[in-house]
Design a protein around this ligand. Structure first.
Ligand SMILES: [Zn+2]
Ligand SMILES: [Zn+2]
Length: 252
């Protein structure tokens, strides 16, 4: 299984960067995890978008799904796939897309005409092609789900993706023993007076250390904090740790 980073910026793009998007590939299965602003351009540089097996969103914050709009146009005007691309949303996600349809276009089928829209049940696993996904409820400002992705034929291999989250036991447990952990590191310090919803470099490193993951990759970070986040994470996790870089591919 391989993961290619399409966007690793936080809620706004780093200079020349893109927001959350990750392409996970296993054999013929090509899974787009999150589709934040700018990630479509990265995706198109590594994959014919008609080859996408499915899209799965961690949560309905703009930086994780706004490029569904240009992706819809790309399919509509650049060539539709043979069948509608499955779009797996968190519970409640379909209502969010519905609420956007009227302001965006007169076409009530703006999204549903292009994507086969479904909501996953985070309490159950989801198999898409050759990849099985499991979920855990993140601690964030809106409902959000961390994911663990494994090849169906090699469940010992696992990619963990934190989504956006503060520390929480379910997410911590989901990361256990993952070969590669893609963990958000949005801030250098927890913000006083604000309900926790993100990780620092320290907390990302601590999560990786407790979970005993093979490799920690920090994502969802501000470029100018990158070096300090890396130091924080490295002081809490003794294994290999690095900053996600766009268009870099990691073997899981
Ligand atoms: Zn985010
Ligand atoms: Zn978020």
């Amino acid at each position: 299984m391989r993961i290619t980073i399409l966007g690793c910026s936080p809620s706004f793009q780093n200079a020349g960067g893109h927001c959350s998007g990750y392409l996970v590939r296993r054999g013929d299965t090509s899974l787009l995890v999150d589709c934040g602003h700018g990630s479509l351009g990265s995706l198109r540089s590594v994959l014919d978008i008609r080859q996408l097996t499915a899209i799965v969103l961690s949560h309905m914050h703009a930086d994780h799904f706004f490029d569904l709009v240009p992706l819809r146009y790309a399919y509509r005007f650049g060539g539709e796939p043979e069948s509608k691309t499955p779009l797996w949303l968190p519970p409640g996600g379909a209502a969010v897309l519905d609420s956007l349809t009227a302001p965006l276009d007169l076409d009530e089928a703006f999204f549903s005409g292009t994507f086969c829209i479904r909501e996953y049940n985070p309490a159950r696993s989801l198999t898409i092609g050759g990849v099985e996904l499991r979920f855990a409820h993140a601690k964030h400002f809106i409902p959000a789900y961390a994911m663990r992705l494994s090849p169906v034929d090699d469940p010992a291999q696992a990619l963990f993706f934190s989504s956006d989250t503060a520390p929480t036991p379910d997410v911590q447990a989901l990361a256990a023993g993952a070969s590669v952990a893609l963990v958000e590191a949005t801030q250098l310090h927890e913000k006083a007076g604000i309900q926790p919803g993100h990780l620092t470099g320290d907390l990302a490193g601590s999560l990786a250390s407790v979970a005993k993951v093979g490799r920690l990759v920090l994502t969802h970070y501000m470029e100018d904090s990158g070096d300090d986040l890396l130091k924080q994470a490295g002081s809490a996790f003794q294994g290999p740790v690095e900053l996600a870089r766009e268009l870099e591919t990691y073997q899981v």
